[in-house]
Design a protein around this ligand. Sequence first.
Ligand code: GDP
Ligand code: MG
Length: 163
Amino acid sequence: MSFTVAIIGRPNVGKSTLFNRLVGKRIAIVDDQPGVTRDRREGEGRVGDLSFRLFDTAGLEDAENESLEGRMRLQTEAAVSEADAVLFVIDARAGVTPLDDHFARWLRREKQKVILVANKCEGKAGAPGLYEAFGLGLGDPVPLSAEHGEGLGELYDALNEFA
Ligand code: GDP
Ligand code: MG
């Protein structure tokens, strides 16, 4: 596991599905810091011959730190600062939402390498959202279907920079 990757994004975009896809059965529960690490999971991710430390996080939310959403946000910020690369996931079927936009703005300010992932791209329903994702200013989105295991070749190419 030569580098560390964090999966982030708003709730329901498919982060945990992607985590499970990349980790398979090699899952470890991380629960040593209640609150901050709530629902954070760590495992060994694999794509092709790449192997890396992978964090799943709860959804990015914009809220005060006292709230559950605020704690999730802290947890996301911690995961981002620990990672060599961030997989920022959007739901291509839902398109780019204001919350995606908000956190894209935050990520652009962070000095952190971001791989933009447009998930739920199987079939044609994800096409408009995929095009919208180019407008986030985080580079070319990687079209993916975490559920169906599609797009892993392009994800490999994006992650290979960090190996
Ligand atoms: P999270 O909240 O970001 O961790 O999202 P989850 O991984 O829990 O997934 C949220 C929902 O999106 C679930 O109903 C998944 O089955 C669904 N989902 C995840 N990946 C895909 C995908 O590639 N395609 C489609 N169509 N649905 C997906
Ligand atoms: Mg999840």
